[in-house]
Structures are given as structure tokens and as C-alpha cells.
Ligand binder design. Sequence first.
Ligand code: NDP
Ligand code: ZN
Length: 351
Amino acid sequence: MKGFAMLGIGKVGWIEKQAPQCGPLDAIVEPLAVSPCTSDIHTVWEGAIGDRHDMILGHEAVGRVVEVGSLVKDFKPGDTVIIPAITPDWSSIEAQAGYSMHSGGMLAGWKFSNFKDGVFGELFHVNEADGNMALLPEGVDIVSACMLCDMMPTGFHGVELAQVTFGDDVCVIGIGPVGLMAVAGAALHGAANLFAVGSRPKCAEVAKEYGATDIINYKNGDIVEQIMEKTKGKGVDKVIIAGGTVDTYAQAITMLKPGGRIGSVNYLGSGDYVKVPRVEWGCGMGHKVIASGLMPGGRLRMEKLAALVQHKRVDLSKLITHRFDGFDNMEKALLLMKDKPKDLIKPVVVL
Ligand code: NDP
Ligand code: ZN
């Protein structure tokens, strides 16, 4: 079968591979719609997780089940399914401890385009199908559903990590598709003032639609000063980080009230250290918590988030600014995520 792959750091192209084999608990799926991710860009062009050779890219797909293993109970060939970007080993000790995303080792619940071929192939393999796939609910289209694989669960995980509660003043740093989902999630969790940091006008417009009360442009001056001015010097209760660099954490800590929490889902592709500013961290006594993580993945979470979309609590179609038809457009769609033109939020390729 053919697949669009990372050939090595900084290199992508089409390759031929053996079709994946189905184990007793697994499924083989044919993609119907896929979306490239900023994480694919960190992986290929920044070499953020190390070198990978001839590994098919992609971890966001809605697909049709082609084959299931003999022990799979709830899915059959022909089913249309959403596959989360993170597909843990549910029987692992890490999953039993509540950290499914780290099943088998740090970040090892993230298998597609990390430890095995991803979803930009003619077929792909899903481990533990009963635990890692969800049926596409009625009324949710496959293009919007692609945003359920990673963008919505990751943005919402930022909200969970920050523990946003009713009446909190919240700042979301970064309003690409992940940050926009954090804005939508924070609004659902009862944020009062909801500051959104970004510069691209299309993202700013959609952030407002998802519930942002103010847009802060980091290109127009220090974001801490802008937040402090808008909060009369008090700062915010919660910060969600979904963009920026290793230096963004110092800004987040500085704009946080004592007792505040940072929920970070950013994938740091470069830089060696995250610095914590001593004084702004209350000389170590400020009760300012940094919680950061990969989203948990799995079926239950996917079904619950899909239900939110089905019942029209969140409109995912706002994230999709570019639609392509046909596998041949894979490279064009991926390069859009690399170049980030002003009118881009997310591209989807329908197959
Ligand atoms: P985008 O690149 O589309 O968005 C990044 C956002 O950060 C943009 O709004 C950008 O602004 C803003 N930004 C850039 N530099 C700065 C800065 N110096 N200060 C403040 N804001 C800045 O990324 P995505 O939304 O696609 O993804 C966000 C991150 O989440 C990525 O690192 C991605 O790899 C990661 N991720 C993590 C996952 C997890 O499970 N933890 C899963 C999926 C993704 P501008 O408007 O100028 O572009
Ligand atoms: Zn992704």
C-alpha cells in the first residue's frame, strides 16, 4: 500500500509499505478523511522526538473498518469510526494508574506517527479496537469529526489541566486549532473573562465566536503587560498554554494570581529549558501550579466529546478553513500546517 511519510528529519514523500496486520484485539481501518497537525510539523521539521525513517505520518482520521481481530466485540467491517490520536494500551500499569497517554513509557500511548505508521496510508492499524475507536454519531459529518481526533480532546485537556471553574478569569495563550478548542472548553467550564492570545485575524475571529472576551496580540507588545492592564494589575486565575515557546511559561507564571494553575498542552519542539521566574513564583511559595500533558486518548473520551458535538454544544466546522479532495493533496495540506498562512486554521483531506 502507499502512504505519505516522514523519510527522515526535514524530508517527506510517498512510500510503498506492507499492509498492516490485524492482531486479535485490533482493527484495520481505511481512512475517509484525515487532517495534518502542527505536531507532524514538530516531528518532521524540528526532529522533536528524534529521527524517524520511512514512517507514515498522521494521527487524525475518521475511517471505515476493513477488518477486526477475533476478540473485538463492538466493531465490525463497514463501521464508520473516529480514531483518537492517542491509542493507549489499556491493560498497562500506567493506564491503571490514570496515565493512559503514557502506557508503556513516557508518551507511548501516542503510537501513530511516533512508534508506528500513522493514518496517512491507504490502510492503518488500530491497537485495542474496543478501547480506542468510537462510532461516528449520527448527524456529525466526517470532516468536522476529524477535529475530534486531536484538536478538541487536546484543547479540552488544557482546560482540565488548568481546572477552570465557574467565574475564573482565564488566558489562553495560542489560538491555533488547539487553543481555539481550549477557548471553547473554557467557555463551557464557566470562564468569566476569557483572554485569547494570537495574531492571525481568522483565528481571532473564531476565538470570539467560541467565547473569547478579549484578543491579545503578542506582536503588539508584552502579553503580561497587556493582561495586567486589562485585569487592573490582578492577573488571571488560570492560563492554558497552546502555543508559544519555552519562554511562554515565564509569562504564564507572571500573569497568574497566587493559587493559579497553568494547563499546558503545547508540544515543545525546540529549546532546552523552561524557566520559572523566582520572584513571580512567590519565591517558591506562590501556589502557582504548572500542569502539562499529552491528552489521554481512548474510546470513552472520544464518545463523550462526540456527544457534545452531536448535541451542538461545540461547532467544529469553524476550525476547517481548507478542504482538499483526494490523497494526492496530502503534501499540500501538510505544508499549509508548516507555513501557517493568515487564513488557515485547519485543513482536512477527504479521501
Ligand atoms: P498553531 O501553530 O496553529 O497555533 C499556535 C498559536 O500560538 C497561534 O495562535 C500563534 O499565533 C500563537 N503563538 C505563536 N508564538 C507565540 C508567542 N511567542 N506568544 C504567544 N502566542 C504565540 O498550533 P496548534 O493549535 O495546531 O497546536 C498548538 C500546540 O499544541 C502545538 O505545539 C501542537 O504540537 C500541540 N499539540 C499538543 C497535543 C497534546 O496532546 N499535548 C496534541 C496536539 C497538538 P499566530 O496567530 O501568530 O499564529
Ligand atoms: Zn494532532
